[in-house]
Design a protein around this ligand. Structure first.
Ligand SMILES: *[C@@H]1O[C@H](CO)[C@@H](O)[C@H](O)[C@H]1NC(C)=O
Ligand SMILES: *[C@@H]1O[C@H](CO)[C@@H](O)[C@H](O)[C@H]1NC(C)=O
Length: 264
């Protein structure tokens, strides 16, 4: 007992000296390469702060980017936690997980950093956008396709296509098994690992038995992001364009999703 305590104590000075090994980096010169996409660099506090939350703001306000300056600022929160306003209807609050007529089939709202919602395919495995009717459908189902066909995401093309389904209409072909299976067949997967869709590194979908995942929590936002087959991507609103190159003249984009005085 005593000896183990002794060995702990003898480590402590070592730890302490490790912590002081790099003593002189003043906090205000720490390099921040970039804030997480759902955060923004907030000059008054000199650090990244989370957007679409109360953050550094007073009660009843939330931190959002200003569309013209692209600087984060506190603004009165227009809706409840589980709702977002839309650019097309800024005065009403649309439920994120039940946007009704504002979005197509199998869609929900994702948020941009200005605090507005955009329709996107449901945040559950396998939902992909079908531009001809503006809806989202689950891959490996018939979806928008004619009878005898199946809705597929073609990762080589980055497009959704209807392909002939070698299986009966309510069944899907599980490539690795080489068989037609019914999604509801309880014998396909081990207990607590239901049959679901997984995405391979090339973005192709595959069937897999995977542990149950929680896909969202009510009141939390999914920020708009780029995924092959998403609405954002099809509309060209992914990647760089998400940060809306809207800095006023005389200013340029900084690394933090804000604008700064142009250097030249
Ligand atoms: C954005 O910033 C500009 C310039 O500071 C300001 O005039 C404007 O009211 C802000 N917009 C909103 C919606 O607060
Ligand atoms: C890729 O998409 C085009 C239509 O955009 C289609 O004609 C073509 O067959 C697709 N290629 C493959 C390999 O599926």
């Amino acid at each position: 007992m005593l000896s183990s305590l002794g060995s702990i104590l003898s480590i402590l000075p070592l730890l302490a000296s490790t912590f002081h090994a790099h003593p002189t980096t003043p906090a205000d010169t720490i390099e921040i390469s970039a804030c997480d996409p759902s955060w923004a660099f907030h000059r008054p506090s000199n650090r990244c702060q989370p957007l679409l939350q109360q953050s550094v703001c007073e009660e009843g306000k939330w931190l959002v980017l200003n569309k013209s300056t692209k600087e984060p600022e506190c603004r009165k929160r227009p809706c409840e936690e589980s709702q977002l306003p839309l650019y097309s209807d800024p005065d009403i609050c649309v439920p994120i997980y039940n946007p009704g007529k504002h979005c197509g089939l199998n869609q929900f709202l994702v948020a941009d950093r200005f605090g507005f919602g955009h329709c996107e395919c449901k945040n559950e495995p396998g939902y992909i956008y079908w531009p001809p009717d503006d809806n989202c459908y689950r891959v490996f189902h018939r979806g928008p396709c004619d009878p005898g066909n199946i809705f597929i995401f073609d990762s080589r093309n980055g497009t959704t296509v209807c392909k002939w389904n070698p299986c009966p209409d309510d069944q899907i072909y599980w490539l690795s098994l080489g068989e037609c299976v019914s999604e509801n067949d309880p014998t396909l997967c081990p207990p607590f690992m239901p049959l679901t869709y997984d995405r391979l590194p090339d973005h192709q979908f595959t069937l897999a038995c995977l542990p149950l995942k929680q896909y969202f929590a009510i009141g939390s936002y999914t920020f708009r992001k780029c995924e092959p087959g998403s609405i954002s991507e099809k509309q060209g609103k992914c990647g760089d364009e998400i940060s809306f190159n809207l800095c006023p003249s005389g200013k340029e984009e900084d690394l933090f999703g804000g604008c700064r005085e142009s250097s030249g």
